[in-house]
Design a protein around this ligand. Structure first.
Ligand SMILES: [Zn+2]
Length: 175
């Protein structure tokens, strides 16, 4: 295997595509579900290093990918309200310049846990979110991207990768 020469620092189009494809790859690892989307997410620092990863149902049946990403960093995620773990000093600045890549728009409405992912992302201080696919109003209303933007988070959609993110969930969409 040869080392890729592609730039991996977020905010360059090729790097955004690369990391979004990583997130979509993670979405294929999700346990099958007839009632929830399969989503993958990767959090990448400004220097191109991976800070955290997650995918739906990775650590418990109700997990959203973004919750797993945040919990791995010791931030409130699946365990909302838990104090952030010690030893994350320096993380705040890193998060402000980091990019969260998610195969699906983060949720703005959460059925089974108190805080939707869009609000968790805002609370984390992550400055930029890149998504492949905007949530269709099938399982819950969308609106996560708008909520992030309203809170000052930069949101970038990469529509040419939407089909790949959607294909993993085709059985939920009746298409
Ligand atoms: Zn969510």
């Amino acid at each position: 295997m040869t080392e890729s020469a592609a730039p991996l620092e977020p905010a360059q189009p090729e790097a955004d595509r690369h990391w979004l494809l990583e997130a979509i790859g993670l979405s294929r690892r999700c346990a099958p579900s007839q009632t929830a989307y399969s989503v993958g997410a990767v959090l990448v620092a400004a220097d191109g290093s991976v800070l955290s990863t997650g995918y739906s149902r990775e650590t418990s049946p109700g997990d959203h990918a973004e919750e797993v990403v945040l919990t791995r960093l010791g931030l409130p995620g699946a365990r909302v309200g838990a104090a952030a773990a010690a030893g994350t000093a320096g993380t705040a600045g890193q998060l402000a310049t980091a990019t969260l890549y998610s195969s699906l728009e983060p949720c703005a409405v959460r059925g089974s846990r108190p805080v939707p992912c869009a609000d968790l992302i805002v609370a984390s201080g992550i400055g930029r979110v890149v998504i492949a696919w905007t949530e269709p109003p099938v399982l819950a209303p969308g609106g996560g991207a708008d909520r992030l933007r309203a809170a000052g988070v930069e949101v970038v959609e990469v529509p040419e990768l939407a089909a790949a993110a959607r294909d993993v969930n085709a059985h939920l969409l009746g298409v």
